[in-house]
Design a protein around this ligand. Structure first.
Ligand code: IMP
Ligand code: MG
Length: 179
């Protein structure tokens, strides 16, 4: 059973309270700015849907997807597998992410979006796992939901082998389940 394979780290109530808090902050920050919220697929989908519904300002939705290809060398190379479908030149852009882990993907995404010359570019992540950060990553999150320990987590959009995404909470996957 999926339910027996994790230990709850963040309950549905804790997550929803944080979503309300972040959404209130962002509604103030982006009022009158006609922002574009860029969701990083696929993990962010649940957080994204909850966030935009909790905000009381209009926003434009867009998404991108990046993939890491690992060759024989140990470092992964990131590629855009789905780019934005709108023009963000001169727009206020907020990237929404599920988790800021090594930071490699956010660093890549920020550099990719900067070239498109948005008026501003900020990052909001639900989770931050600072212990895993690649020391060469320079981007920082402007808004963070929860700082979490160095554990593999699933649920609320986050997956292990595409499973567990629709759990309403975030759980630590028990090590025997990675096997
Ligand atoms: P990065 O290492 O910061 O580039 O994170 C890349 C992606 O790995 C994240 O956007 C997540 O989709 C995924 N990821 C990182 N840590 C976890 C985790 O604990 N559980 C599930 N997915 C994770
Ligand atoms: Mg992600």
């Amino acid at each position: 059973m999926e339910k027996d394979s994790q230990e709850i780290l963040l309950t549905e109530e804790q997550i929803q309270a944080k979503v309300s808090e972040l959404a209130a902050l962002l509604s103030e920050e982006y009022a009158g700015k006609d922002p574009v919220f860029v969701g990083v697929l696929k993990g962010v989908v649940i957080f994204y849907a909850d966030m935009i519904r909790a905000m009381d300002i209009p926003c434009q939705m867009d998404f991108m997807c990046v993939s890491s290809y690992r060759g024989t060398e140990s470092t992964g190379r990131t590629m855009v597998s789905k780019d934005l479908s709108s023009d963000i030149h001169g727009r206020h852009v907020l990237i929404l992410e599920d988790i800021f882990d090594t930071g490699n993907s956010l660093e890549f995404i920020v550099n990719h979006l900067k070239i498109k010359e948005p008026a501003s570019l900020k990052i909001c992540t639900l989770l931050d796992k600072p212990d895993r950060r690649n020391p060469s990553v320079t981007v920082k999150a402007d808004y963070t939901g929860f700082v979490i320990p160095n554990e593999f987590v699933v649920g609320y959009g986050l997956d292990f082998n595409e499973g567990y995404r629709n759990l309403p909470y975030v759980g630590i996957l028990k090590p025997e389940c990675y096997a």
